[in-house]
Design a protein around this ligand. Structure first.
Ligand code: PRP
Ligand code: URA
Length: 210
């Protein structure tokens, strides 16, 4: 498993505004989209491409295009939905599937309440979007689901992660081709399973409490 923690002043600047409790939802949503586009640049480094012959106004040349089968982007509802536009800006030809998951705030165990994905993901490259990698329960379950459907490799894009979450994913996906791209690796979890210093409840900050 590869873990890439980005180190770029623009990302740290935007994350700082996102973390600030005074930042209102409209700004939070805009910054989330911008951050994902920046993280997506790193996350798509290994996207598969095939050679493509073209002719420029000056000469024939060989470039590349994204290979078939197309990559699939999977936001984990609800908070991952706030990352979708930022990702597909960079990968506009990707297919989009959905997983709805919610973490029980007492037991911290995730349950899946919605799924809209191809039945067969054989040979597909999957990009999972979830802003928060806390205990790793939700992301681990999502990755397990995708690999059971045949995914070739899975890259997760998360705004924030914890050392505990990264270790949990490593155990869950042992031997699989997995990459995690993080905007920042935070200190850890508090007694309620929240990321510290974190940014609070990402879904609530994006969309308000439900
Ligand atoms: C949040 C977050 C992750 C999960 C992370 O979702 O978006 O999916 O918690 O926690 P974990 O790593 O401990 O599993 P939540 O369950 O609050 O649902 P929401 O997106 O609908 O707010
Ligand atoms: N889910 C969130 O939205 N925030 C956390 O800090 C942990 C889980």
């Amino acid at each position: 498993m590869r873990v890439h923690v980005t180190d770029h002043p623009l990302i740290t600047h935007k994350l700082t505004v996102l973390r600030d409790e005074r930042t209102p939802s409209p700004v939070f949503r805009q910054l989330t989209e911008e951050l994902v586009t920046l993280l997506a640049y790193e996350a798509t480094r290994s996207v598969r491409v095939s050679p493509l012959d073209i002719t420029t106004p000056v000469a024939p040349t060989t470039g590349v295009r994204i290979s078939e089968p197309r990559p699939i982007v999977v936001p984990i509802l609800r908070a991952g939905l706030g990352m979708l536009e930022g990702m597909v800006k960079l990968l506009p030809t990707a297919e989009v599937g959905f997983l709805g998951m919610v973490r029980d705030e007492e037991t911290l165990q995730p349950t899946t309440y919605a799924e809209r994905l191809p039945a067969d993901l054989s040979d597909r490259q999957c990009f999972v979007l979830d802003p928060m990698l806390a205990t790793g329960g939700s992301l681990g379950a999502a990755m397990d689901f995708l690999f059971r459907r045949g995914a070739r490799d899975v890259t997760a894009v998360c705004l924030l992660g914890t050392p505990e979450g990264v270790s949990a994913i490593e155990k869950t996906v042992e031997g699989r081709d997995v990459t995690i791209v993080l905007g920042a690796l935070d200190d850890g979890l508090n007694e309620k399973g929240y990321i510290v210093p974190g940014l609070g409840d990402a879904g609530d900050r994006l969309y308000g409490t439900v």
